[in-house]
Design a protein around this ligand. Structure first.
Ligand SMILES: [Zn+2]
Length: 64
């Protein structure tokens, strides 16, 4: 059995669809790693800016 080294050094990682870089699990993501898609908030905002389909939702709120 030689699994001990693998277990200790293993961190889950994902590939950011925006900058296409691999990023590893971080402690701040412990609660929501399964929901993390982008490596940073900048990439998340960039991705959302590219698909501004949901951007019209807040228009009605400002008119009140
Ligand atoms: Zn990224």
């Amino acid at each position: 059995m030689s699994d001990e080294k693998v277990m200790k050094s293993f961190l889950p990682s994902k590939k950011c669809p925006v900058c296409e870089s691999l990023f590893s699990w971080r402690k701040k993501w412990a609660c929501c790693w399964h929901r993390v898609v982008y490596c940073s908030s900048e990439c998340m905002e960039s991705a959302q800016a590219n698909s501004d389909v949901q951007g019209k939702r807040s228009v009605d709120e400002q008119s009140a």
